[in-house]
Design a protein around this ligand. Sequence first.
Ligand code: NAD
Length: 490
Amino acid sequence: MSLLADRESRLLIDGKLVAGSAGAFTTINPATEDVLGVAANADADDMVRAIDAARRAFDDTDWSTNTALRVRCLRQLQQAMRDHLEELRELTIAEVGAPRMLTSGGQLETPVEDLSFAADTAENYRWSTDLGRATPQGIPTDRRIVREPVGVVGAITPWNFPHQINLAKIGPALAAGNTLVLKPAPDTPWAGAVLGELITGHTDFPPGVINIVTSSDHAVGAVLASDPRVDMVSFTGSTATGRSVMTDAAATIKKVFLELGGKSAFLVLDDADLAGACSMAAFTAAMHAGQGCAITTRLVVPRARYDEAVEAAAATMGSLKPGDPTDKRTVCGPVISARQRDRVQGYLDLAVAEGGRFACGGGRPADRDVGFFIEPTVIAGLTNDARVAREEIFGPVLTVIAHDGDDDAVRIANDSPYGLSGTVFSGDDERAQAVAARLRVGTVNVNGGIWYSADAPFGGYKQSGIGREMGVAGFEEYTELKVIATAVAQ
Ligand code: NAD
């Protein structure tokens, strides 16, 4: 099987690979602007058929109770991905514009390996807990708490880390016994559709258990959020779209799980290695052209050393020239589309209009007239009130903000509509921990610690989302709780 090269991908509906009723749409290499090929373009009726299939598979088969089958299918999918890893790597670099070095981690290999966590959790999970005997209202009763799947899950995903996000939903949702319809992002349809090919070719997934519906039309995603036969929507994407998904889901009181945007802060306390910390912040902000929801895009540094911090950040960020993602040395590749590049450029123009200055970067690289590239950019001279410090830019852009001590640093970090992640650097671990404890965010990196892991829950406070992905908490998001109370025979 060739996963790349001038191909046309299909939808997976009810166990079959089928064409889209709305024809096909192109998928583009963001580094070269070349058309890679086409993907099946689903319309609303295709989505309804996929939901029908998922509903039947949940209601009429033993999928939800057959843990051994579910574990086997997930392990088969993982093995199929491992067996096609090099083709998947080239597909990911070409379609996502992901730098090759990231495909050894979060862009491909890590999420494939993390499927083990979902399968292992299903295998070892305590589905039933004995609550013991009690005599509520005078009736002797034996009580049990059981966990059950929610039902049909609609999964809607973005383009920035498509394998990670697709698999972080598919893995636990299916492991917990749900059936699922995946609606991948229009900018990266192949990263989703390829799973359909691997599933039909290499696994025992029963028809309808997993359906994959690519479309150029966002409204096809809205069908998933609205359809009464869908029990839960698991969405990752922008906060604006999350709001719309939540509104659509409200009519039928669906369970809603949201992973949304971020504007996370990197706090450098006055006893930290300033140059080292600022350099790390700059490297992180440039990685994958800044297209990561949890990237720390506000660098908050001691006021007395502001200029030094800007210089250190600019030295690193300016050295990371946007480059060819196929090159194993590239850290910053293209952004996903011309639309996204123009959006980032709009924010750079806004930074100047707001009174900021560029310590490096500031626009499109002069040496690249093809591809959706933006120079890694450090913005200086603004406060946390600036729009570029408050809104998610989703490009390789770092805004440096001054603080007046630990309390002020915490205030600035928390003064955001978002609450996804954060970083604290200090020469004193205890002091850093105390600051970390005051951040209203879902994950914190202290002095370079890595929070990303299959067993660690990830998600946000405030407008960064509802619920947690990954870890046992991420598995349990896809379950309902039931109490069974049996009267004790007298
Ligand atoms: P987006 O919100 O535009 O689209 C995400 C998905 O939603 C796509 O599949 C899209 O087709 C679909 N969609 C669009 N409108 C819809 C609607 N009305 N109803 C249902 N579905 C709809 O996001 P994007 O531009 O693809 O991705 C970038 C955003 O994702 C950023 O804001 C980023 O922070 C966020 N993100 C968050 C996380 C996280 O875990 N918190 C991870 C990655 C990306």
